[in-house]
Write a protein that binds this ligand. Structure first.
Ligand code: SF4
Ligand code: SF4
Ligand code: SF4
Length: 316
């Protein structure tokens, strides 16, 4: 068991034993390699099932937002910001959330790992700091974490949680990530026709399973616009206009609120890089308005603030 998992179990066991929370939201090991499943521990004994690894790629703020009572939530930088969002959007009160702060080393991308080992079957992954050892029936290879991180974790600007009631480890250095604005080049260097072509190619294989919506902590409307039939905002088919409209509207619903947690991309069964849209909006909010989503409980959302000096260009 790694040091993070051990500490999470200790904290969860204590909080549940002293009944200061009704549940602890975290992860337990998946049933197959390279997976961790969200898990709600409700008893001190269940705290012993909690774990932490580079495969904790969901966003637990989504789960926490639907619970009643007082809950503790394991949260790395991005998830802690989404907890701020959930509090700001009145789905939880600060008093009812205890944040177990997890300074983050970055989450791993199972698809990158599979590519590194040329598609051979992975039976185990062992993480020791920056070293990641990948094993199979007839191989063992060691990689640096940076080679295997999810793209959003490579450019993450806030690895340390912005809220903390309990702390799992000392803060990690904020490396500044890679170039968080690189995604802009993808769009802005292109002429409109080429940009539209990239847009259609990006989402061409989408099967509209809505996993990206279902895992996103920003999506909490009682009835999502895609499910409405009166009025029907968009068609239900997998035809190109319906697919593209779904992704455009979903991305704009996230504008100024997305923490680039990457849960949507990690959940996609066909590998759609939908962060190409959400990261562009997030980047626009940062560059044009100096806004980053949910960094503190006091900050207002970008689209709730007006200044006469605001640039006219936005989210283009
Ligand atoms: S986006 Fe940042 S805080 Fe979130 S999992 Fe990746 S590195 Fe960690
Ligand atoms: S998870 Fe992937 S396939 Fe499913 S709707 Fe989202 S982009 Fe499309
Ligand atoms: S849109 Fe994707 S990256 Fe942004 S908060 Fe939602 S799940 Fe996370």
């Amino acid at each position: 068991m790694n040091a993070y998992a051990r500490r999470i179990r200790e904290i969860a066991h204590r909080l549940l034993s002293e009944k200061s929370v009704d549940a602890v939201v975290g992860y337990r090991a998946g049933t197959v390699p390279m997976r961790a499943r969200p898990f709600i521990a409700r008893t001190p004994a269940e705290a012993g099932e909690l774990t932490w690894s580079g495969f904790c790629v969901g966003n637990l703020a989504k789960l926490a937002g639907g619970l009643s009572g007082r809950v503790a939530v394991c949260a790395q930088g991005c998830v802690s910001r989404n907890l701020v969002g959930i509090i700001r959007e009145n789905r939880l009160t600060r008093e009812n959330v205890a944040v177990i702060a997890v300074p983050c080393l970055g989450m791993l991308d199972a698809r990158k790992i599979e590519a590194k080992v040329n598609g051979r079957t992975v039976t185990g992954v062992r993480e020791e700091g920056e070293d990641v050892t990948v094993t199979g029936a007839d191989f063992e290879e060691v990689f640096r974490r940076g080679e295997l991180k999810r793209d959003n974790c490579l450019t993450c600007l806030h690895r340390n949680p912005v809220l903390a009631d309990e702390t799992v480890a000392d803060p990690v250095p904020e490396t500044g990530g890679g170039d968080a604005d690189k995604i802009i080049e993808l769009w802005e260097r292109k002429k409109p026709e080429a940009r539209f072509d990239l847009f259609t190619r990006t989402f061409r294989d989408c099967i509209r399973c809505y996993a990206c919506r279902d895992v996103c902590p920003l999506c909490h409307c009682t009835t999502c616009f895609v499910d409405r039939s009166r009025p029907q905002w968009l068609g239900k088919t997998q035809d190109e206009p319906d697919v593209l409209t779904y992704h455009l509207l979903r991305a704009f619903h996230c504008a100024g609120r997305c923490t680039d947690c990457g849960a949507c991309e990690s959940a996609c069964p066909v590998g759609i890089p939908m962060r190409r849209l959400t990261s562009k909006l997030e980047s626009d909010a940062r560059r044009l308005f100096g806004h980053e989503a949910f960094l503190s409980l006091d900050a207002k959302p970008a689209l709730a603030v007006y200044s006469p000096d605001d640039p006219d260009e936005a989210f283009s």
